[in-house]
Design a protein around this ligand. Structure first.
Ligand code: 13P
Length: 349
């Protein structure tokens, strides 16, 4: 039995399916701007910005008020703090986003915590009270949500099946609750790129992770047509001595996804995971030069969209325009990649 059969609380499945399709339509992607306070502060520290509520608010205002963002971006993923904040002239961010033609999403997990009895592995928490938080976020205007599970790779030792299972279970319970509450779940199981593992090892692990996730989604009755998958690309670990070509990444990623992601899933929006912006665009582009896949392929980047803009802003109002231009540049590069029209020459524009 699935949500489709029981339709509890009169869930409007058609509306969910339309939202999922709208997130993936028009050759656009998602802007993830849902860093937890700690992660946001760490990124601020790397460019000398003070780790304050006000600076986080100002940064999110800069992102959301970037002119013409909607030409490349269909939706934005906010974090709870941003969901409740407003621009300096008092307009709630949710209203700003919606007026700018952007669907509003909300990160609802409460972070990856140490997994008991499994050193160096994590399980994402946040299921307690989730139904109430999803209902409240829907009432505030959110139409989709995000939950990220993280999977570390270490030789043949990690990940353990325990780590795969608990994270897949949590993702599926989160996704079922989202659909019950009228929100499209973005399902993000991220195989981390830290370490010396090879492309082949990343492909093996990513396939195992996704297999586990789709088993759990079936078990929990999640409607595949009303979700978006947000996986890592299949790449070699950052410190692997042999780095694959862009073509090898595209081939390994597609082979992996074709083996495990049902065609009923409307779309796959990749995370960037710490890849440099131009490299992420190049790899996304290569994925679109391959024979058509059964799902739409898109992006849901945080760092690969924001990083250059954050460095240029450096916390100063006088740099806002330059930072917004840098954000739009990365957004346009990724939009071009969705048509297979990105090239390194765009980086000079
Ligand atoms: P990155 O693109 O920086 O990996 O962030 C995506 C994201 O949403 C992490 O949860």
């Amino acid at each position: 039995m699935s949500l489709r059969d029981v339709s509890p609380q009169g869930v409007n499945l058609q509306a969910l399916i339309e939202t999922a399709q709208a997130l993936l339509a028009g050759g656009k992607g998602l802007l993830a701007m849902d860093e937890s306070d700690g992660t946001c502060n760490r990124r601020f520290a790397s460019v000398g910005i003070a780790p304050t509520v006000e600076m986080r608010r100002a940064w999110r205002e800069l992102l959301l008020t970037t002119p013409d963002l909607r030409s490349c971006i269909s939706g934005v993923i906010l974090v709870d703090e941003t969901m409740r904040q407003a621009t300096s002239d008092g307009t709630p961010f949710v209203e700003v986003a919606r007026n700018a033609g952007l669907l509003v999403g909300i990160k609802v997990d409460t972070g990856a915590k140490a997994l008991a009895a499994h050193p160096a592995e994590k399980v994402t928490e946040g299921l307690d009270g989730l139904r109430g938080r999803l209902q409240a976020n829907f009432a505030m205007g959110a139409r989709f949500a995000k939950w990220r599970g993280v999977i570390a790779v270490e030789g043949e030792r990690l990940p353990t099946s325990a780590c795969l299972e608990v994270n897949a279970h949590a993702l599926a319970r989160y996704a079922a609750l989202c659909q019950e509450c009228g929100l499209v779940p973005i399902i993000e199981p991220e195989v981390l790129m830290d370490g010396p593992h090879t492309l082949a090892r990343c492909q093996f692990v990513t396939e195992a992770v996704l297999r586990s996730v789709f088993d759990q989604l079936a078990l929990q009755g999640v409607v595949l047509e009303a979700m978006v998958l947000k996986p890592n690309m299949v790449i070699a670990g950052l410190s692997c001595a042999v780095q694959p070509t862009v073509e090898q990444v595209a081939d390994a990623t597609l082979q992996c996804l074709r083996r495990v992601v049902p065609a009923a899933v409307p779309g796959i929006a990749f995370l960037s995971g710490g890849q440099a912006g131009p490299l992420a665009s190049d790899r996304l582009n290569a994925l679109h030069l391959r024979p058509a896949a059964p799902w739409r392929l898109s992006f849901s980047f945080a760092r690969a969209l924001q990083q250059p803009a954050l460095g240029l802003w450096a916390g100063s109002d006088s740099n806002t325009v330059a930072a917004q231009r840098a954000l739009m540049h990365r957004a346009r590069c990724n939009r071009a990649a969705l048509k297979g029209e990105y090239s390194a020459a765009m980086e000079g524009e």
